[in-house]
Design a protein around this ligand. Sequence first.
Ligand code: SF4
Length: 237
Amino acid sequence: MIASEFESLEELSDRLIDCRRCLRLVEWREEVAREKRASFADDDYWGRPVPGFGDTDAELVVVGLAPAAHGANRTGRMFTGDRSGEWLYRALHDAGFANQSESIGRSDGLQLSNAWVTSAVRCAPPVNKPTPSERDNCASWFDAELALLRRARVFLCLGQYAYHSLWRHLRATAVDLPVPRPGFGHGVEIALADGRVVLLSYHPSQQNTFTGRLTRDMFDSVFARARRLTGSRRQAP
Ligand code: SF4
């Protein structure tokens, strides 16, 4: 396990939100926050790195790619305020990991139980594509966060980018991994030698949900599996 320089996830989040390591992403996230989408013209955009969100004792960790320009980059909470988030939190709610399916802003009352939501890169990238150097810059935040999620045992990766980022983290932490890396596919389940499990899902982006590549049933089945793997230790309030 990578030793974290932070005492807690709260401390990590406090430091993360001031990060300006990636010049291109800093400029982009702030430009989007200044110019805004017309439908959110009255919103006060977050425009900063987005911390992980959820239960700090979580067994389930959901990993995405990066904040959406007018979603998490606007609201300041992971997967909040966009269509992907609607799919994600509805699925988490239906599987018993969330107290509500609605996710519209940081004060909407949403609470997660036994689940944590994060992403490999913390600043919204142009066209949802971080460069390799931006991904590498942000890996230290991702590594430190996962090290602090000490009860994590099921990693649910939304999309191939999240999967490959998680695999990089696991390799760096000297976990005995299958070789070669299993291919990405919806519903793929990878049991690690140390008892942890990696679950793979298509990302609930509109590119996948509008085209029917990812259906509600397909998405729900992965979260139902995550629920079985984490047991019924706790239900969302
Ligand atoms: Fe910092 Fe990560 Fe944002 Fe780059 S992407 S500025 S490393 S928080």
